[in-house]
Design a binder for this molecule. Sequence first.
Ligand code: GAR
Length: 204
Amino acid sequence: MKKRIAVFASGFGSNLQALIDYNNKHGLNGDIVLVFSNNKDAFALERAKKNKIKAVFMDPTRYSSREQYDSEIIEMLEEEKIDLVVLAGYMFLLSQEFADRFKNKILNIHPALLPSFKGTHGIKDAYRYGVKVTGVTVHFVDEGLDSGPIILQETVDIDPDDSVEELEEKIHKVEHKIYPETVKYFCEDRLEIDGRRVKILNKK
Ligand code: GAR
């Protein structure tokens, strides 16, 4: 059975677009039925509308707590019978209740090799630190910051002459390749979790 996917995004939504394109071209074994944002100006919402996907914005400033905000989101996800939540540049920490309710059903992409350079500026932080190798991580989400079990990582070299913009471009290219791959693994029930270790079944 095809999975019902919700994508959460706060901004530009290039990863959302990569998922939509991959699904149209190769199939994810899932349908992106909802795009959610905490930011009414997120371009991701426009991308959803253009692709005839339901686009929902909820204003977090209208809720007295993160817990209340997330409760309402959970209700919506349950109504929509969502099997998988894909965070794609969703710059808002999830509540414990959310993480628990969708345990092992939330994915996130981070633009660095976790556990290095957590937080909202993974690319710039790695660049400024001067590491020679950085990369992209896709992981399950728990209640911590960029801390859940890692599914897939791919390295990106930082050349001495790279500008931060050039590095950003290299990172995004890798993101747009490995995020759809991972979502497909999930939708095909090919991810086996054992504590912090994740095995991808039948990986070529
Ligand atoms: C991506 O680079 C993603 O890795 C990053 O936000 C960007 C969103 O881009 N996420 C984080 O830093 C999470 N800690 P997009 O809106 O174009 O997909």
